[in-house]
Design a protein around this ligand. Structure first.
Ligand SMILES: C[S@@+](CC[C@H](N)C(=O)[O-])C[C@H]1O[C@@H](n2cnc3c(N)ncnc32)[C@H](O)[C@@H]1O
Length: 249
């Protein structure tokens, strides 16, 4: 999941990568953004991708800067913000370029970015987020939920058993066979992807210098997991963890 990976995905990004803001069934993310928004506050979208969040942030904050290492994704983000006077984007590696931001921001957003399997990269990004968010400022973090991945797998196995597949075969086709569950690494669209336990988000953020205010579910439709989910597949829906955290003073 390095820069080349994301550059290569650019052509199919919108079809393959979840737009969490649009897919959020209950508007939990929008509510959290509103809770942090203030026209006198600066904010940054760390790992902004094609900039799905930038227009909403530009509307609610004094200014927003989107940072990403993929030049191709940033080209799309630039088009999206072309008419927004208080939004900019810049290229930078969140793990390596400590000087990506000259000044820390009041509020940082990091939405489904800390998903790379490499722990050292995640740790470096986490430490940099603490540098880039003002003391007393807030971080909104969205990460895949490991609890959800396990639950989705259970539903997938049941679905196959209902279709007449032997349980042992259905389990083999599920994610257990390909996952490093103890580390929370589960394939997503074929790519090994870090998933988090709710308790783990508190632990990781604490290590990076943040205190967690809240951890909430962001639920998505089953179509985000399966191309044609059966109609009986309803609540609870698959979810990500949305964390609001305060940078320790
Ligand atoms: C799943 S996408 C999410 C994009 C966006 N936050 C959203 O929710 O629509 C992950 C993004 O993180 C970016 N990213 C991953 N590692 C990065 C790094 N080390 N430095 C900068 N950007 C990074 C990728 O290029 C990609 O745009």
């Amino acid at each position: 999941m390095d820069r080349t990976y994301w550059d290569k995905l650019a052509g199919v990004y919108d079809a393959r990568v979840l737009n969490s803001l649009a897919a959020d069934r209950s508007g939990v993310i929008g509510d959290a953004i509103d809770g942090l928004a203030n026209r006198r506050r600066s904010c940054a979208d760390f790992g902004c991708g094609t900039g799905h969040y930038l227009p909403a942030l530009a509307k609610r904050f004094e200014r927003v800067v989107g940072v990403d290492h993929s030049r191709k994704l940033l080209d799309a983000a630039r088009k999206r913000i072309a008419k927004l006077a208080n939004a900019t984007v810049r290229q930078g590696d969140l793990a390596r370029d400590r000087r990506t931001l000259e000044k820390p921001v009041d509020v940082g957003f990091c939405m489904n970015v800390l998903i790379m399997p490499d722990r050292n990269t995640r740790q470096s990004i986490g430490a940099n987020l603490a540098r880039w968010v003002k003391k007393g400022g807030r971080l909104l973090l969205l990460v895949p939920a490991l609890e959800s991945a396990l639950y989705v797998n259970q539903r997938y196995v049941s679905w196959n058993v209902k279709r007449g597949v032997a349980r042992s075969d259905a389990k083999q086709a599920g994610l257990h066979a390909r996952a490093d569950l103890l580390e929370g690494i589960v394939p997503l669209d074929g790519a090994p992807t870090k998933h988090y336990l709710a308790a783990e988000t508190r632990w990781a953020l604490g290590e990076w210098g943040f205190d967690v205010d809240s951890v909430q579910r962001v639920e998505y439709d089953w179509t985000t997991e399966f191309a044609k989910p059966p109609r009986w597949l309803r609540e609870p829906y698959p979810w990500d963890w949305l964390v609001v955290a305060r940078r320790r003073s």
